[in-house]
Design a protein around this ligand. Sequence first.
Ligand code: AMP
Length: 213
Amino acid sequence: MNIILLGPPGAGKGTQAKRLTEKYHIPQVSTGDMLREALKEGTPLGLEAKKYMEQGGLVPDDVVIGLVKERIQKPDAGNGYMLDGFPRTAGQAQALDKILGDLGQKIDHVVSIEVPNSELLGRLTGRRTCRACGSGFHLMFDPPKKEGICDKCGGELYQRSDDVESTVKSRLETYEAQTKPLIAYYQNQGKLRRINGVGSMNDILSKIQTVLG
Ligand code: AMP
């Protein structure tokens, strides 16, 4: 099963994708995670991506399209994958359709996780991630037991540099201008399933599972 999780930054795509991979045994393909990894390793790709990411803009289409094309052909994606944070522009969506056509594949479901703008800023600026194990926390909704320390492994929690308020505002503007139109793109293909992304993580997870069957 090939799935796209669509939604603004802070909608909970990454959180839900991680839980869904456990249930459906298909990998989460997050372009944001791949770019952050490249940045951490200091590869040429990471250095190129850095300037866009820090400003809350988008990395050029050809860069992320190349990443995804390679990733979805790895053996662990043989039974499908869950795209999280890709596609983000009309150009990426069209390129994906072309790549999948060439591979004899298709997208089965596009799940749009919908959260009002007024809620997104607080969600994003409160996020914290464990440097060691990658677990996610939230200062308001899911605070760690000890400030700055991961409950699961004792690692140090950090805030993504693009989760600071000024960058979050740019990311939300970028979403409105470039990514939101994809809702109509997939609606026209008859693949869109809308989910209300306000509520507990478990409720939203079960709504997504109902849609995916
Ligand atoms: P995310 O973790 O999905 O919020 O992505 C973090 C940042 O990585 C974004 O703000 C973009 O700068 C970049 N990025 C992630 N995915 C894409 C994509 N599909 N196209 C362009 N840039 C992306």
